[in-house]
Design a protein around this ligand. Structure first.
Ligand code: NOJ
Length: 738
C-alpha cells in the first residue's frame, strides 16, 4: 500500500516537474511533452477521477429539469466533473477554477464550454444571416471577435460551428447553420473554425471550436426538431458529411454527437460514425462531447435498456465526454467491473480531454482566461461593435426593389417606422444570445433615427407577432399617412427559430398580414424589412410591396446596419444561402435537386403540383444590389481534362449600374450522366468582388476533377468520366472528363 502511494507521489511530481508544454498550432498533431504529462496523470488517477474528466455539468442556469445540477459546485470539489457549460465572466470562472484546482487531489483545471454561436457579448447576425454575406473574411472575423470576447470572459470552448446542412426551413435550427449547400457550407465551416481557434490554441484570445451536430441532425423528418432521421447513405456522404470532414482536416478540436439516430442507431452510441468514420477514416484527434443529455436519451430512443446500458454504448462507441447525463460517473465503475468497458478506452478518452486542457495552457495557468481588466476592455468595445455592424450589413439580402424605392433619401422629412419588430431589442439578438444584452441592441427605429436625425420619425408597433391582436393597426396607418415613406419591420420573434423551434407554416405569424394589408391601403411607398431565422413564404408580400430587404436577426448593431443599407451608405451584397419557397407544401425545396425521369413540362404526368408552381419564390444564390452587373465572355480553358487534372473557367463581370457594388460570382456545374443520377446543378466556386460603376473584372475559377467527385455506384468518392456543363449567371460552357 505504502509502495503504491510512494509511486503515486513520484508520478505526481513528474506531472508538475515538466516545463510548460509548447503548444502545436493545429488542434491535432500531438506534442510528446504533453503526451508524457498526460501519461503521468493517467498513472495516478483513480477511476472516479478519470470519469470526472469525462463529465460535464451545467453551471447556474435559471432552469429546472431532469438534467439540472443544483449541486454542481460540490461535483467540482468532489472531482465528479472536469468541465462545465454555461459558466462565464472572468470573476466567476476564476472562482470555479479555484474550486477545481484547490480542492481536488490532482488540481486539474476545468474546461468551460458555452454556446457562443454568433457573438458573445457583441452579438452578430445569426449564422444563416452571416452566411448570406458569402464573405469568408468577414465570417472568420466575426468568429474571431466572438472568441476574443468569450475567452476574455473565461470561456475556453464554444459549441460551434453548427455545420448541419439544412434543406427544410420548418426546422428552426436552420438559423444556426450555413444553409442548404454543401460547397458553401464547407467554406463557411472552415472560416468559423479558424476564426474561433486561430493558429494557436494556447493564445489567450482563441477558443476551441466544436463541430456539431454529428451527424445528419438537419435531416429531421418533417422539419421537427429532434425527430427521426432516415436518409440514404449516398446523400449523407455527399451532401451532409463534407462540412464535418472538412473541419477535421482543418484541425477542429472537438465534435458534438447529435440527438438523432442514423440508420436506426442514435449518433451518441454510433460506433460506425464516432469511431470508424470520424477517427478511423478522417483521422480526428480531438474529443467528442455528447449533446445535452443525449447519452441518457438513448434509453428513450429504445436503443439502450437503461442508463447503465447507454453509458456502455456511448463509451464503447467512442464518445468521450458526457454532457449532462451523469451516466459515465454513475455507471462506468460497474461496467468496468463487469468487463463491459475497458479501462484503456477510458484512459484514451481522458487523454483526449486532458490534451485539450494542455493545449489551452490551463495547466500552466488555470486562471489565464480570468482577467477582469481584459474582459472590461474587450467586451462590446468599439472595434467589436464596428465589426458586428459591418458583418450585419454584409449579411442583408435585397429581395426586391421595384422602382428603386431603395435607397431612401436622407433628405426625407418624415418616415413612418412601424411593425412589431421595428423597436424590439430582444429580437435583434436572435435565439442564441450568449452573454448578449437585449438593452445593448440598436433597433431599426434607433438606427433610422441616428441615420436621419433631421427627419420626423412616426413610430407605431402596429400589431403583435405571437397573437392575432390588431388593435395597434390604426395607429400604424396614421403614422404611415403622416409620412412620405413607410418602413415596416415584420417577421418572426427571435425565439421562433433555433433549437426546439420548428414551425408547420412559414407565413408571417400573428397579426402582421393584417397590418400589411392596412398599410398598403395608404398608397404610400412601403419598404418591408424582414427579420426572421429561416426562409418565409412571402408570395403575397412580394406581389404587393415594391421593396423587401431580408435582415435576419442582425445582432447588437443591427439597427445601424439596416439603416446603412436603407439609406445607401452600404450597397447590399448578400445572396440567399437557402431557397425561399412559395409555400410550405413545396418543402423540402432546394436548388440542387435531381431532374427525375419526368421533369415538369406542360403535360400532366410530370413532376409537379396541381396547386403550386415548382419554382421557389427566391432561389438559392439570389440577391439584388443598388447597382447592376453584367456577365460576358465565359470561356473554359480546355475542352477536356483527366481524372486528376484541372481546368479554368473565366468570365468577365461588369458593373453596369451607376454606383460601386459587390457581386458574388457563382460557378455551378452539371454532371450530365453518372453511374448514379446527379443534381441539375451544383455550386463549385464563388468569389465576392467589388467593382466601381462601369468597371469590369475577369474572374477565373479553377475546377479540379476531384471537385466533381461524388459517391459513385461503387460508393467510391471519385469523379466519373463524361460530359459536364458549367454555368456562371446565364452563361454556359461545356467540358468533359476523359
Ligand atoms: C443542445 C443543443 O442541441 C446543442 O447545440 C448545444 O450546444 C447544447 N444544447 C448545449 O447548450
Amino acid at each position: 500500500m505504502k509502495f503504491v502511494s510512494y509511486l503515486a507521489i513520484l508520478a505526481l511530481l513528474a506531472v508538475y516537474a515538466c516545463k510548460p508544454a509548447s503548444t502545436p498550432t493545429a488542434a491535432n498533431g500531438n506534442d510528446p511533452a504533453i503526451e508524457a504529462r498526460i501519461d503521468s496523470f493517467l498513472s495516478v488517477m483513480t477511476l472516479e477521477e478519470k470519469l470526472g474528466q469525462l463529465t460535464q455539468f451545467t453551471s447556474d442556469w435559471g432552469e429546472t429539469g431532469p438534467f439540472m445540477r443544483p449541486n454542481f459546485k460540490e461535483d467540482i470539489v468532489a472531482g465528479r466533473t472536469g468541465s462545465l457549460l454555461n459558466a462565464y465572466s472572468a470573476a466567476y470562472t476564476r472562482e470555479l477554477q479555484h474550486l477545481a484546482v484547490d480542492s481536488t487531489r490532482l488540481h486539474i483545471p476545468l474546461i468551460l464550454g458555452y454556446d457562443v454561436i454568433h457573438g458573445f457579448r457583441t452579438i452578430t447576425p445569426i449564422p444563416l444571416g452571416e452566411s448570406a454575406s458569402w464573405d469568408l473574411t468577414a465570417i472568420e472575423k466575426s468568429a474571431r471577435v466572438a472568441a476574443d470576447e468569450a475567452s476574455a470572459s473565461g470561456v475556453h470552448w464554444t459549441f460551434a460551428p453548427m455545420v448541419d446542412i439544412a434543406r427544410d426551413p420548418r426546422w428552426g435550427r436552420m438559423a444556426e447553420g450555413a444553409g442548404e449547400d454543401t460547397y458553401l457550407g464547407v467554406a463557411i465551416a472552415l472560416a468559423r473554425v479558424h476564426g474561433f481557434q486561430g493558429d494557436d490554441l494556447s493564445a489567450t484570445n482563441t477558443i476551441l471550436a466544436c463541430t456539431k451536430h454529428f451527424a445528419a441532425y438537419g435531416v429531421a423528418q418533417a422539419g421537427r426538431d429532434y425527430n427521426t432521421v432516415d436518409i440514404s447513405e449516398r446523400t449523407l456522404r455527399d451532401v451532409y458529411l463534407p462540412p464535418f470532414q472538412a473541419t477535421v482536416d482543418a484541425g477542429v478540436a472537438t465534435f458534438m454527437s447529435s440527438f438523432n439516430e442514423i440508420n436506426g442507431v442514435p449518433a451518441t452510441g454510433n460506433r460506425e460514425y464516432l469511431t470508424d468514420i470520424l477517427r478511423g477514416k478522417w483521422g480526428f484527434e480531438g474529443f467528442v462531447v455528447s449533446d445535452y443529455g443525449s447519452i441518457a436519451e438513448m434509453v428513450t430512443h429504445g436503443f439502450a435498456a437503461d442508463t447503465l446500458n447507454s453509458a456502455e454504448l456511448a463509451l464503447n462507441a467512442g464518445l468521450d465526454m458526457d454532457m449532462m447525463s451523469g451516466a459515465f460517473n454513475k455507471w462506468i465503475p460497474q461496467l468496468v467491473k463487469e468487463g463491459k468497458v475497458k479501462e484503456a478506452d477510458i484512459d484514451e478518452a481522458v487523454r483526449r480531454i486532458l490534451r485539450m486542457k494542455f493545449k489551452l495552457g490551463l495547466f500552466d495557468d488555470p486562471y489565464r482566461y480570468c482577467d477582469t481588466l481584459r474582459e472590461k476592455n474587450t467586451l462590446l468595445n468599439e472595434a467589436n461593435k464596428e465589426a458586428a455592424r459591418d458583418m450585419a450589413r454584409k449579411s442583408m439580402v435585397l429581395l426586391k426593389n421595384e422602382g428603386n424605392v431603395l435607397p431612401l433619401s436622407k433628405t426625407l422629412r418624415s418616415i413612418a417606422v412601424v411593425g412589431p419588430l421595428a423597436d424590439s431589442k430582444v429580437d435583434m439578438l436572435g435565439n442564441w444570445s450568449a452573454a448578449g444584452h437585449a438593452d445593448e441592441c440598436v433597433t431599426l427605429l434607433e438606427g433610422i433615427k441616428a441615420a436621419v436625425p433631421a427627419a420626423k420619425i412616426n413610430y407605431a408597433e402596429g400589431c403583435k407577432i405571437e397573437n392575432a391582436e390588431t388593435n395597434g393597426i390604426a395607429a400604424a396607418v396614421a403614422a404611415a399617412r403622416q409620412s412620405e415613406v413607410v418602413v415596416v419591420a415584420v417577421g418572426e420573434r427571435g425565439y421562433m427559430s433555433g433549437e426546439a423551434a420548428s414551425r408547420s407554416t412559414l407565413d408571417l405569424p400573428g397579426g402582421q398580414r393584417k397590418l400589411l394589408e392596412a398599410l398598403k391601403q395608404t398608397g404610400k411607398p412601403i419598404v418591408l424589412v424582414l427579420m426572421n431565422g429561416r426562409p418565409l413564404t412571402l408570395v403575397w408580400e412580394t406581389e404587393n410591396f415594391p421593396s423587401l430587404l431580408e435582415t435576419w436577426f442582425s445582432g447588437t448593431m443591427g439597427g445601424h446596419a439596416i439603416a446603412d443599407v436603407l439609406f445607401g451608405d452600404y450597397n447590399p451584397s448578400g445572396k440567399l444561402p437557402v431557397t425561399f419557397p412559395r409555400s410550405v407544401g413545396q418543402v423540402p425545396l432546394f436548388y440542387n435537386y435531381k431532374n427525375t425521369g419526368r421533369p415538369k413540362n406542360n403535360t400532366k404526368y410530370t413532376t409537379q403540383y396541381l396547386d403550386e408552381s415548382n419554382d421557389p419564390l427566391f432561389p438559392f444564390g439570389f440577391g439584388l444590389s443598388y447597382t447592376t452587373f453584367g456577365y460576358s465572355n465565359l470561356s473554359v480553358s480546355k475542352s477536356s481534362m483527366g481524372m486528376t487534372d484541372s481546368l479554368e473557367v473565366t468570365v468577365t463581370v461588369t458593373n453596369t449600374g451607376s454606383r460601386m457594388g459587390e457581386e458574388v460570382v457563382q460557378l455551378y456545374i452539371r454532371d450530365l450522366v453518372g453511374s448514379v443520377t446527379r443534381p441539375v446543378k451544383e455550386l463549385k466556386g464563388f468569389r465576392k468582388i467589388a467593382l466601381d460603376a462601369g468597371a469590369n473584372q475577369q474572374v477565373t475559377f479553377k475546377v479540379k476533377s476531384s471537385d466533381l467527385a461524388f459517391s459513385r455506384l461503387d460508393m467510391q468518392f471519385l469523379p466519373e468520366p463524361g460530359g459536364f456543363e458549367v454555368y456562371v449567371a446565364d452563361l454556359k460552357g461545356t467540358f468533359s472528363i476523359k
